[in-house]
Structure formats: structure tokens, C-alpha cells
Design a protein around this ligand. Sequence first.
Ligand SMILES: O=P(O)(O)OC[C@H]1O[C@H](OP(=O)(O)OP(=O)(O)O)[C@H](O)[C@@H]1O
Length: 138
Amino acid sequence: MLCDELSLASVPFEVDFIRAKSYLGTTSGALEISTLEVATKGEYSNKDVIIVEDIIDRGKTMTILVSKFKNEGVKTVLPVSLLDKRDVKGRVRDFGQYMAGFSIADEFVVGFGLDYNERFRDIKDVYILSNEGVDRFR
Ligand SMILES: O=P(O)(O)OC[C@H]1O[C@H](OP(=O)(O)OP(=O)(O)O)[C@H](O)[C@@H]1O
């Protein structure tokens, strides 16, 4: 999906990948960011950065990522996400203006890159994981 969109860009750009993981099963834990520290030794300073996510759930990941890029002295940072649990209780929203493709209910979703215990990322579409699915693949 990202590659399709990038091919439409009309300005020069660079792409980096960040491994940010906080979910174990359906539970959000401490956020681990493995490559950002290494990748951002000032190289984003004074640049316009777009952070592309698959989902903003509780908002913790995006909040931390935006804050880290701001600390790198970026010119602008724009969070973009395919899915957005906009009305979830307890959500953190400390990342300012952002763009999202679809606002969704507070259900655990899988497919199209989204996993449950590393399963279902390869499903072509997005599905709500049933309680039976949660138990079966725990
Ligand atoms: O808004 P939040 O509550 O922080 O949740 C959103 C994050 O959770 C998912 O990642 P996950 O931690 O499951 O790692 P993964 O991308 O390897 O599946 C998703 O890809 C986002 O990065």
C-alpha cells in the first residue's frame, strides 16, 4: 500500500522503517522502539516528516514517535494512519493534527499487516477478531 502511494509523490523523499512494538496479544504493554534511536542521529533535522502507521489505537505509539521526531529538530511532523480508534476511552492524544483513512470502533482488528500474536498479518482485508479467535490463538 505504501509503495503504491509513494509512486504518486511529486517531490523528492526518503523512506525509513521503524520497529515499534507494544502489543502482546490484545494487551498494550511497554513500547519498544528498536531502530529509531539508531536511525535518527540528527538526520531528520529540519526535514518534513510523515509518520505512516497502520493503526492508532490507544495513541501511545504515535505520541512517543512524534515526540522523538520533534526532539530530532524536524521542521514538521505529520502522523498518518490507515485506521483510527478515535473514540476509545483512555486514549492519549498528544501528537497534534493528524490524518486517518478510517475511524473504527474499539474492536481488536487483524489483517492487512495487523497481527494477533504474529498471526493474520497476511490476510488481504481487515477483520474484527472474535472472542473465539482470541482464545484459540492465545
Ligand atoms: O496506538 P497504540 O495503542 O500505541 O497502538 C498502535 C500500535 O499498535 C500496533 O503495533 P504493535 O505494538 O501491535 O506491533 P506490530 O506493529 O509489530 O504488530 C500498531 O501497528 C501500532 O504501531
